[in-house]
Structures are given as C-alpha cells and as structure tokens.
Design a protein around this ligand. Structure first.
Ligand code: ADP
Ligand code: MG
Ligand code: ZN
Length: 480
C-alpha cells in the first residue's frame, strides 16, 4: 500500500494566554518579558501557606471565548489539581479543570480543501495556569528557572479529532487565532508563546472506521512548522505501519532545524495526574444573567465585518474575507480608511504589497511595524501627486525595513514626484531623441511603443516622474 491509501486524523489542544492585567490566582502582572523572577509573589512561587484567589476576569474571558465558538457554558464548574513534577512548576501541581470545564461542545467553521464549509467540533475549553520557564545554559552550566510566566492565565481549547489535512489544521488554527483576537481575550502572539498548540496525529487506512494510535507533538508555535511537522509525523507513522511496526502513543518534540520529531516521554493518561478538586478554591457558579451579559458584550466578529465591507465599501467578497481574516489587518484597513476615505486603495495596498511583504518576511499581521496613519499617509501622498505609485511601493518596503513617517522616508530618499512641466518636458525630449525606432513604430501605428517610451522616461527619473504628465507630454510631442 502507498501513502495515498492512508488518511491522517488530527485533533488540536490550543493554549492561549489570556490578556488579563493580572495572573489567574494572584495580582502579579502578566506582561511578557521582564527581568527573570520580577513578576512573581509568594502565591505564584508556591510558598507554603499561601492561598490562591481566582481572578474573575479569567472566567469572563473564557466564557467569551466559549460563546464566540458556539460552546455551551457550564453554570457549575470548578478547578482541579493536575499533579506532576517538573522544575518550572513549583507547586508540583497545575491548577486546571478536569471533569467540569467552563465551556463544552462548541464548534468553529473552516473551509475544507475543496472549499466546502466544515465544522470542527470543540470538546471543551477550560481555564488553567501557565508554568514558569526553564532557561538551559547551552554550555552545560545547569538550568535556571524564571517564574514570571507561572500563574499567567491560559485557556485550553480542545478539538475533536475532526481534522484531516495539514492545511485544514492551519485554517483551523488561524480561525481560532482570529476569533480570540477579535474578542480581545488574547493577543495570540505566537512568537511570544501566547498561542501554542499540541498537535495530535494518527493515521488509518482509508475506509477504516476506528482511529489509529496517536502521537502528540507539544508546544508548536508557528504555522510553518506545524504543517511540516504533520507531514513528517504522518509519513513516519505510515512507513512504520507499512514495515509491519506499530505506532506507540508518545509525546513528541518537533525539531525545526533537523525537520524531525523526537520522543520526549511515554504519553501520560489522566490517571497518572491524580486529578482532584482543588480544596483551596471555591466552585465556580455562573448565573444566566452573567452569561447573557457577556454574550451581549461580544464585539463584532469577522463574518459581520465582512458583510459590512461588502455593503458599505463595495469590496468583493473575496477581498472582504481576506481583510477580515485577521483582526490586525481588519483594524489596519478600518484605521487607514477612516483617515484617507479611500477604501478601495487601502484594501488594495493591504492585499497586494503589504501581504506580499508579510509573506516574504514570514511575518504575521500582528507584527506589522507601522500604523494605520502611516498607510493612510502613503495613499494621501499618491492622491495629491506628491509621489507616484511606483515610489509608494518603495515607501511601503521602507515602512517594513525601517519604519518612520512616510514623509521622512520620501524626503530622505529624494523621492518626491517630478510634476514640474519643464523638467518633464526635458526628459520626454531626451527619451524621444534616444529612441527614434520607437517613435517611428508609434507613428506607424504600434501603440505599444508609447508604453516603452514612458517606461524609459520612468527609468531615467528613477520612477519619480508623474506618469499622467509623462503620458500627456509624450502624446503631444508625438503628434508634432
Ligand atoms: P489528552 O491529550 O489530555 O490525553 P484527549 O485524550 O482528550 O486528551 O485528546 C487530546 C486531543 O487528541 C484532542 O484534541 C483529540 O481530538 C485528539 N485525539 C484523540 N484521539 C486521536 C486520534 N486517534 N488521532 C488524532 N487525534 C486524536
Ligand atoms: Mg494532551
Ligand atoms: Zn504572584
């Protein structure tokens, strides 16, 4: 049998750090970074005798996430201790939720590889605390623990094993990221670890109804590596089965440099964790009214923004969908549109040059280093004739490379458009003189020759000549 005879089955456990100001059980800041062990107190350092108090915002944010992903919200919920020892977990247990998670039975919708709508079911969303971080000395001088992250609130979103291809996984994760960004419960900065996924992968022969044994790749935080890791791991499992072996249920680590997975440990079962209700915390009881209030406070979600863009700005469905695929892109669009009032131009710049740069630089929309004001300014400068679109493209590149005010970029590079009639005429005459063949071609009926001449004039002026004026002037001179 070949690889084509197998189906890949995947389920994701997505961890998102919540953007509450303070930690889940104490009042330390959740801010990323900081000198090691400066964002902690006796509670998140697990000193004996300290008591946790649940941060109400954490419950609110998790309920928001549940409502935005079509979950049922549990009115009776609780926190449990998940016991395991690891040096970045000073209590030797993590406060999490076991059998009564806050949210259950939701779904998010994606497009499958044939463009059909597909629901990916969510088993649950629960709240828990993050662990600290170990900093391993690369020269073998031991490891240091930093507890700044210990106690930062997380939600864990667990999907059913409904995903079938790496591109479905990518779309699902992008959808989750976008929803959490829209409802503003997490900044989802993958490069800072605010959003990370455990990817469970198994394979089975097509037509088989039972699932195969899965492996779990931990803490993946880039789309690119997730797709690579899935391809690698699925092929590894298929090859293993084809050789007559069996897949062991293990926890794996993906190594992006070697492009391989490595076994970290045998998979634990729930019973290994000895879950029990945390006696230091009271049960979580939510009223209908509380849930209803949160429902009413949910901000506009991508679907409705998309409809608004089509309706109000006359953008195509495809463009509206792309713009709203990320809250950061969507906010950039709305911010710039508000200033320059040129929705079509803003949409075009975002979907062409800016998207191209993001792709080339392997950046996500949240890493765009300039503001909506900057983008609006670039468009205004084109509209006013200060710069040509050709120059504007270079300004956008500069905004990525070395962000500063567009006017400053233009001034420093001497990129102001030449709109002086005398100067334009000089270039036109020079180009006409240097290209007698094109002139003859044009006069002989080859309209294309005009484009060539304009192109030469642009080259001559390093893209700074006003293209409208150039065209007009060439036509006038060629008529003579
Ligand atoms: P845990 O990893 O904590 O033991 P679960 O058993 O609930 O938790 O499963 C975790 C994830 O693994 C879920 O996202 C689920 O969809 C996925 N999963 C379960 N069985 C399989 C399977 N056979 N193949 C792929 N993914 C699976
Ligand atoms: Mg797991
Ligand atoms: Zn603390």
């Amino acid at each position: 049998m070949s690889r084509q005879d197998y189906e890949i089955v995947m389920g994701l456990e997505v961890h998102a750090e919540l953007s509450t100001k303070t930690k889940i059980f104490c009042s330390c800041p959740t801010e990323f970074g900081g000198e090691p062990n400066t964002h902690c107190c006796p509670i998140c350092m697990a000193m004996p005798g300290t008591l946790p108090v649940l941060n109400e915002k954490v419950v609110e944010y998790a309920v928001k996430a549940g409502l935005a992903t079509n979950c049922e919200i549990s009115k009776n919920s609780k926190n449990d201790r998940k016991n395991y020892f690891y040096p970045d977990l000073p209590k030797a247990y993590q406060i999490s939720q076991f059998d009564k998670p806050l949210c259950e039975n939701g779904y998010v919708e994606i497009e499958d590889d044939n463009g059909e709508k597909k629901q990916i079911r969510l088993e649950r969303i629960h709240i828990e605390e993050d662990a600290g971080k170990l900093n391993h000395n690369e020269f073998g001088g031991g490891s240091l623990v930093d507890l700044n992250r210990a106690g930062v609130p997380l939600i864990e979103i667990v999907s059913k094993p409904d995903l079938r291809t790496s591109s479905e996984v990518e779309k699902y994760l992008r959808k989750i990221k976008s929803i959490l960004e829209y409802i503003e419960v997490s900044d989802c900065k993958m490069q800072e670890g605010s959003l990370r996924a455990d990817v469970n992968v198994s394979v089975r022969k097509k037509g088989e109804t039972k699932f195969g044994t899965r492996t779990e790749m931990k803490n993946m935080n880039s789309f690119r590596s997730i797709v690579r890791a899935i391809e690698y791991e699925a092929n590894r499992q298929i090859d293993l089965i084809e050789e007559g072996g069996v897949v062991e249920q293990t926890t794996l680590r993906w190594d992006d440099v070697s492009g391989r997975t490595f076994s970290m440990r045998d998979k634990e079962d729930a019973q290994d964790y000895r879950y029990f209700p945390d006696p230091d915390l009271v049960a979580i009881r939510l009223s209908d009214e509380y849930i209803e209030n949160i429902k009413n406070s949910l901000p506009e979600l991508p679907e409705s923004r998309k409809a608004r863009y089509m309706d109000k700005f006359g953008l195509s469905e495809k463009d509206s969908k792309l713009l709203t695929s990320s809250k950061y892109l969507s906010d950039l669009f709305e911010g710039a549109e508000k200033i320059c009032k040129n929705a079509k131009a803003v949409a075009n710049w975002i979907l062409s040059d800016i998207s191209k740069m993001l792709n080339e630089k392997e950046m996500e929309a949240d890493q765009i280093p300039f503001t909506a004001e900057d983008l609006a300014k670039v468009i205004e400068l084109i509209d006013k004739g200060t710069i040509s679109s050709a120059i504007a493209k270079r300004v956008v590149v500069e905004l990525f490379e070395n962000p500063r005010a567009p006017e400053v970029i233009i001034k420093e590079n001497g990129w102001i458009q030449i709109s002086d009639e005398g100067a334009i005429k000089e270039v036109v005459l020079k180009v006409l003189e240097a290209n007698p063949q094109s002139v003859a071609d044009y006069k002989g009926g080859k309209d294309k020759a005009l484009g060539f001449l304009v192109g030469q004039a642009m080259k001559e002026t390093k893209g700074k000549a006003n293209p409208g004026m150039l065209n007009k002037m060439f036509l006038e001179e060629l008529k003579k």
